[in-house]
Design a protein around this ligand. Structure first.
Ligand code: NDP
Length: 280
């Protein structure tokens, strides 16, 4: 794919595609508003949208792509297989249903949303994704919320390494150990709730750094993710924030500023624990 702006780094994926390092998440964007909000994100410059069957707004994402006039190859679309759709047959059907709602012939990235160890079907689900990739329904396959043992089991039982693991990551929960494991296995780290849903934005250290760069706290946190090497997908329904969260390519955090943010890690999740989570 090509990037419409020179600013967003493109990261190579094993299957040959490239993922824009900064994308736009649509969790909790109301379905009726999604097409308009995603159109606004495209206008700001985003070319990578992160949705999921569970968000109920895939149709709006598809409508925004269609209305944008952008080439399908210019946009990178991720969606996810929900916990009720684990197992080979159900996951295959779930992907086709997502493609129908998106009105697309393929998605760029398809993720298993959660491992749901209690159901013990994530290996079968992964086999469905491997076959869907071979069929061309999805360019790249990956997982979300997988801990080290889940990743190792997938690889041991199928020989296929997920390209991406999308997990909760932000300055208060940096996942240093899991990121190291990703690097060892050749898995790209993607950060969900990268702003901790706003909960890190009042931190005094981040405020100080923001002031020094004449940026806001959200921009500093997004910049930190980019410099750490994470793919990052902030969400906003507020037009000014959609723009601001994309305006992060005209400044650079120094090593000491990066260290200051690294030191904010408390190892505390704001979201569910992947070992036990089944549904909200
Ligand atoms: P984020 O960390 O992106 O935070 C979003 C919240 O922060 C919203 O309340 C938004 O408000 C606010 N916000 C956004 N930008 C700013 C800013 N510049 N200044 C102040 N406040 C701001 O949380 P999400 O949980 O939405 O995560 C992002 C994406 O990650 C999701 O949309 C989804 O795509 C993905 N995700 C994946 C999960 C998974 O299990 N795989 C789980 C959770 C998320 P407002 O919208 O009102 O502007």
């Amino acid at each position: 794919m090509t990037s419409s702006t020179e600013s967003v780094p493109l990261i190579d994926l094993p299957a040959g595609e490239q993922i824009p390092q900064l994308g736009f998440g649509v969790f909790q964007v109301p379905p009726a508003d999604t097409a308009g909000i995603v159109a606004r994100a495209f206008a700001a410059g985003y070319r990578h949208i992160d949705t999921a069957a569970a968000y109920g707004n895939e149709a709006g994402v598809g409508q925004a792509v269609e209305a944008s006039g952008l080439d399908r190859e210019e946009v990178f679309i991720t969606t996810k297989c929900w916990n009720d759709d684990h197992g080979y047959e159900d996951a295959t059907k779930a992907l086709k249903a997502s493609l129908d709602r998106l009105e697309m012939a393929h998605v760029d990235l398809y993720l298993i949303h959660w491992p749901v160890p209690a159901h013990d079907k994530y290996v079968e689900t992964w086999k469905a994704l491997i076959d869907a990739q071979a069929e061309g329904l999805v360019r790249t396959i990956g997982v979300s919320n997988f801990n080290q043992p889940h990743l190792e089991r997938l690889i041991a039982e199928t020989g296929v390494t997920p390209a991406v693991n999308q997990v909760e990551m932000h300055p208060r929960f940096q996942q240093t150990g899991l990121r190291r494991e990703h690097a060892d296995l050749g898995i790209l780290s993607e950060a969900w709730s990268p702003l901790a849903q706003g909960k890190v934005l009042d931190d005094p250290a981040i405020a100080r750094i923001a002031e020094a760069h004449e940026k806001n706290a959200g921009q500093v946190v997004i910049r930190w993710h980019l410099q750490v090497g994470n793919v990052v997908i902030p969400k906003s329904v507020t037009p000014e924030r959609i723009d601001q969260n994309f305006d992060v390519f005209d400044f650079h955090l120094s090593d000491s500023e990066m260290t200051e943010i690294d030191e904010l890690d408390e190892g505390e999740r704001i979201g569910p624990d992947p070992d036990t989570f089944i549904r909200p």
